[in-house]
Design a binder for this molecule. Structure first.
Ligand code: NAP
Length: 340
């Protein structure tokens, strides 16, 4: 199946791979970016057939440009959302554009006669603020935004997804709605201006810390996340569903990521730390460093999730997380970002 699809946030990392796959599969792609001043740069790194890709200016915080971008679209992938590298001072800087932007995309999609909108949510809308001892998660779980220590980003993704689902139920009419909820997205770089999610591998590879905190993440490859979005656009009978995009057994601790790099890229792993940082050291550092303070609540947490639903329902076959770790490192080295 192929048609005309709008991808919001066309300058983003996951959007880049999604746009490439959509064009390869015959779709005509319209993409929003905040300013058309960036069109040439984005076209350059996408490097796809120009005659099937057009750009429109639209911001999550304003109605301007959305109606024009949606014209003649049958499908929408709504990916644009703030992805802050650091915790922000005022959480509303992230929450409001995420929520209002999702509602704006939905409203303009319905009014344009779009048949299905696939929204990029996150495991951040699933994993956080849950009772101690819960370490396995499925699509049925939701982050509790009222719990202490939930980040502005996790709140933004949860509130935006919930608001979108409520709006679709009340006002969506025949518009179909699906979410893809990725874990931490790794994979090859699109350009030297790379996604914050790749920082984890970069810092381990470059030995940014003498020892590694006891932190674990659910990983997934950007090429597989793009593939899951493309599948979710056209699979029958999935309206209202939620698909976690995580690699099989893809929950890896930083110390495991380090071991993969040492084993599979030995020539570049000289700076990769070998030791785990004791949690009490992290707690002391947290007294002085707000960035570390944010992580203390995450120490030792296990959050297992499997891609069973997307594999069974959509035939999705994500690659092993270890391969994505290696491909991320190789790409950081090849692009000259990490000199190791
Ligand atoms: P990214 O490269 O930072 O992309 C985010 C996109 O959103 C960019 O195109 C950005 O535009 C756009 N955006 C942000 N604020 C906007 C605003 N006010 N108006 C219009 N556009 C705005 O990050 P990504 O990793 O590809 O993320 C894409 C989506 O995947 C997001 O919804 C994110 O929450 C979700 N996600 C990412 C991960 C991950 O690990 N990377 C995991 C789970 C979910 P500019 O380029 O102009 O800033």
């Amino acid at each position: 199946m192929a048609g005309v699809v709008l991808v919001t946030g066309g300058s983003g990392y996951i959007a880049g791979f999604t746009i490439r796959q959509l064009i390869e599969q015959g779709w005509t792609v319209r993409a929003t970016i905040r300013s058309l001043n960036r069109e040439a740069e984005v076209r350059d790194w996408l490097n796809v057939a120009n005659d099937r890709l057009s750009f429109f200016a639209a911001d999550l915080t304003s109605d301007a440009g959305w109606a024009e971008a949606m014209t003649a679209c049958h499908h929408v992938v709504h990916m644009a959302s703030p992805v802050p590298l650091h915790n922000v001072k005022d959480e509303n800087e992230v929450i409001i554009p995420a929520r209002d932007g999702a509602l704006r995309a939905l409203r303009f999609a319905r009014d344009a006669g779009v048949t299905r909108l696939v929204m990029t949510s996150s495991v951040a809308a699933i994993f956080h603020g849950r009772a101690k001892g819960k370490d396995t998660f499925t699509e049925a779980d939701w982050t509790d935004v009222t719990a202490a220590g939930v980040s502005a980003y996790a709140k933004s993704k949860t509130i935006a997804e919930r608001a979108a689902r409520d709006w679709v139920a009340a006002e969506g009419g025949s518009l179909e709605f699906v979410t893809v909820n990725p874990g931490l997205v790794l994979g090859p770089l699109l350009g030297t201006d790379f996604s914050p999610s790749l920082e984890v591998v970069k810092r381990v590879l470059e030995g940014a810390y003498p020892a590694l905190p006891d932190l674990g993440l659910n990983l997934v490859d950007v090429r597989d996340v793009a593939d899951l979005h493309v599948r979710a656009l056209s699979a029958p009978d999935i309206s209202g569903e939620r698909f976690m995009a995580v690699a099989p057994h893809g929950f890896l601790r930083l110390i495991e990521i380090a071991a993969i790099l040492r084993e599979r890229l030995p020539a570049h792993a000289g700076k990769v730390p070998k030791r785990r940082m004791p949690n009490w050291v992290m707690r002391i550092v947290a007294l002085f460093d707000p960035a570390v303070r944010q992580l203390v609540g995450e120490l030792g947490k296990v959050r297992r999730a499997e891609p069973t639903h997307a594999m069974e329902k959509l035939g999705w076959r994500p690659r092993p997380a270890a391969d994505s770790v290696v491909d991320t490192a190789k790409s950081l080295i090849a692009m000259g970002v990490s000199k190791v």
